[in-house]
Every structure is written in structure tokens, then in C-alpha cells.
Design a protein around this ligand. Structure first.
Ligand SMILES: NC(=O)c1ccc[n+]([C@@H]2O[C@H](COP(=O)([O-])OP(=O)(O)OC[C@H]3O[C@@H](n4cnc5c(N)ncnc54)[C@H](O)[C@@H]3O)[C@@H](O)[C@H]2O)c1
Ligand SMILES: N[C@H](C(=O)O)[C@H](O)COP(=O)(O)O
Length: 335
């Protein structure tokens, strides 16, 4: 039976063709209970993944989301013209370029409201860099391509599972740069985006905890003054704006407290401070959400896993969770 879609599909980009992205995407979108999805990526990678995880599925090339028809056993795909097969597990400029192209296509469709949101399979940052793409990851790319920067906005990375939500003050930079970048404006921006992001998840007045930068949140200045000079003033400004925010809390215990229910979200100062607690709870559970965009974007919480690509053993749970969350968020946005 063919069902005419009533709302645009979710765009699912295939990520780096040398990684597990195509296979987890195929596994996720061919589930019987999956929402309507449109794949975007290189045709050879899609066909190889289909052969690996869902050989009976037909891939149908379409040139626009409006031409998608939801048919059991068939998945629509917008393909790039090139169809070379990339060896699994190898960093290459061409694979990075193909991954980048898919994201650009998806963003253009999302900005025009022609897809309900974007779910991105993992890209390899070194491949992206080899391809000359001047962004370390999707988040920075989406901030630029979405037009958010032009309107004076910024985005933030949130990672969430069923027990914990984390928003980062700084993302893909060295630890040294993270300390430099975690200034007053960055603190306030992350707090505000965490506040709005939680509201989008239905939490009216989210309890936001801000983690300190230094051991024991600086221990009154004994281990650094960032908490006193930068983080606390930003928290006070956010409180004056009516947000339910507290801290700076010691980073080694604040995630445990949030998981126990004391906070709805933790604002973490740098990448590994925030993502280790989430990933340690299981790569199968977390979802990466970009806050501050004019459209929905989610992603699994893991990378390209070159070590297992093509072996058919990649766990698609996080990809499935990312698609489920994007579907839920896009329905909530549409009302
Ligand atoms: N959303 C994204 O685009 C995204 C997210 C994280 C990392 N990355 C990038 O991916 C590349 C590789 O990163 P990494 O090696 O640090 O982390 P990784 O998440 O790719 O792999 C870490 C370990 O977890 C395992 N693993 C990951 N996903 C799995 C899955 N679905 N099923 C079973 N096992 C899984 C891998 O086999 C590996 O042993 C890097 O370039 C990194 O920046 C991209
Ligand atoms: N920091 C993310 C993680 O570790 O899961 C990852 O690198 C993906 O980031 P983007 O969504 O910006 O590609």
C-alpha cells in the first residue's frame, strides 16, 4: 500500500561513507515504526549499506522531497552525482566532501521548510578538514549555513539521554582555547540556549546547573578564579532575567546530582567535561541536538566508528533515538 505523506519527511544524511553512518541510517529508516525519512548522500554508500543491513529494501532516487512517496519496502534518497565506493575505515578528502555536500543539501531543504528536520549520521572531522571544509563539525557548519549568525544568533550543542541533559559552553576546540573561549558572553549564551532548549522539551522553568571550570569549582579561588570572575556573574545575570539557574557547581559531582533529579540540565564548560558523563552511560542512549537553529537537527552521540564499519555489527540505537527525537521535536514545532 502506498501512503501519500501529509507532512515533509525528515532528512537523514548518510555521513562519512567510509564509516558506520550509512548502515545505521539504513537500519533506522527501514524499521516498520520509523517516521517518514528521506536519505541524502552518495548512492554507492547507500546501496552498499542496504545490501549489508536490509537487502530487500528498494532505494528510489528522487530529486525533491515533494516527490517522495511513502511505500513499504522502499526508501527515497536524494543522491549526489558521484558514486565511487569508498573503502571502509579510511580517511579521505572525497568522503569528507560527500558528507559535507549531504549536509548542505539537507540544510537548504530544512531552511525552505521542505523537510521536517535533519538527522545527521556521523562525519569524520579529519576527512572534513582534508576536504577543505572550514568547520570542525556539524554544529559549527549548521550555525553558519542556517543563517543564524547573520541574525545575531548562536547555537549550542546539547547531548541528552533519558536521565541527563548537557549543554556545552565551548565545543570543538583545544582545552587551552576552551578556557579562553569560556568567557562571560559564552556562559550567558549557553545558559540561555539551555533554558530555551529545555522549554522546547516541555519543561516550563528548567532547573539549570552550571558546572565550574576548575577542580571543585575553584574552591573559593584556590584553584583558579574563573568561577568568581566569569561564571558566577553570568549566572547572576541569568537569574536577574528570571531563569532558574544555579552554580557554579563542582564538575565532578554536578552530573550525578542532575541524574538524581536535582537539575533538568547541566551547562558544561568544555567538550569532554559534558560528554564523558553522557557517553559513559552508553553510546546507544544519547542524542546530540543543536539548540538555537530555525529547524530541528539531531544526531547520534557517537562517531564514524571506522574500526567496525562494514562489518554489520554497528548498533543503530542512538540513530533510532535521534530520529525519534527529531520527529517528536518537529511535530511539537508544527503544533
Ligand atoms: N555526529 C558526528 O558526526 C560525530 C560524533 C562523534 C564523533 N564524530 C567523529 O567520528 C570520528 C571517530 O570518532 P571516535 O573514534 O572518537 O569515536 P566513535 O564514536 O566513532 O568510536 C568510539 C568507539 O565506540 C564504538 N562505537 C561507536 N559507535 C558505535 C555503534 N553505533 N555501535 C557499536 N560500537 C560503536 C567504536 O567502534 C569505537 O570503538 C572522529 O572524527 C569524531 O570527531 C562524529
Ligand atoms: N561532539 C560530538 C560528539 O562527540 O558526539 C560530535 O563531535 C559531533 O559534533 P557535531 O554534531 O557538531 O558534528
Amino acid at each position: 500500500m502506498t501512503v501519500e505523506p501529509t507532512r515533509p519527511p525528515l532528512a537523514v544524511t548518510l555521513g562519512d561513507p567510509a564509516g558506520i553512518g550509512p548502515e545505521i541510517a539504513l537500519r533506522a529508516v527501514t524499521r516498520p515504526d520509523a517516521p517518514h525519512c528521506l536519505l541524502i548522500g552518495p548512492p554507492a554508500a547507500a546501496a552498499r549499506a542496504r545490501d549489508l543491513v536490509s537487502p530487500k529494501t528498494q532505494l528510489r532516487a528522487v530529486d525533491a522531497p515533494e516527490h517522495c512517496v511513502r511505500t513499504p519496502g522502499t526508501i527515497d534518497i536524494i543522491t549526489s552525482s558521484r558514486s565511487k565506493v569508498h573503502p571502509y575505515g579510511q580517511i579521505s578528502a572525497e568522503a569528507g566532501q560527500l558528507a559535507h555536500e549531504a549536509v548542505m543539501t539537507a540544510v537548504a531543504l530544512a531552511k525552505a521548510g521542505r523537510v521536517s528536520g535533519i538527522v545527521t549520521a556521523p562525519i569524520h572531522k579529519e576527512a572534513l578538514s582534508k576536504a577543505g571544509v572550514p568547520f570542525p563539525g556539524h554544529t559549527e557548519m549548521l550555525e553558519k549555513y542556517s543563517g543564524v549568525l547573520e541574525t545575531g544568533g548562536r547555537v549550542a550543542m546539547m547531548l541528552a539521554n533519558e536521565e541527563l541533559r548537557v549543554v556545552l559552553v565551548t565545543i570543538h576546540v583545544s582545552l587551552r582555547e576552551a578556557v579562553e573561549q569560556a568567557d562571560y558572553a559564552a556562559q550567558l549564551r549557553a545558559i540561555r540556549l539551555a533554558h530555551k532548549g529545555c522549554q522546547a522539551f516541555g519543561i516550563g522553568s528548567p532547573r539549570i546547573a552550571v558546572a565550574g571550570l576548575n577542580p571543585h569549582a575553584g574552591e573559593g579561588g584556590l584553584f583558579g578564579r574563573e568561577e568568581i570572575d566569569i561564571i558566577r556573574p553570568a549566572i547572576e545575570a541569568a537569574q536577574a532575567d528570571g531563569m532558574n539557574v544555579s552554580g557554579p557547581w563542582p564538575g565532578d559531582t554536578v552530573f550525578m546530582q542532575a541524574r538524581q533529579g536535582k537539575f533538568d540540565v547541566v551547562v558544561a564548560q568544555y567538550h569532554d567535561q559534558g560528554l564523558i558523563p553522557i557517553k559513559y552511560m552508553g553510546l546507544d542512549k544519547g542524542v546530540n541536538v543543536t539548540l538555537g537553529l530555525p529547524f530541528v537537527r539531531t544526531s547520534p552521540d557517537h562517531g564514524t566508528a571506522f574500526d567496525i564499519a562494514g562489518k554489520g555489527v554497528a548498533d543503530a540505537s542512538s540513530m533510532i533515538a535521534a530520529i525519534t527525537m527529531a520527529d517528536r521535536m518537529s511535530r511539537a514545532r508544527r503544533g
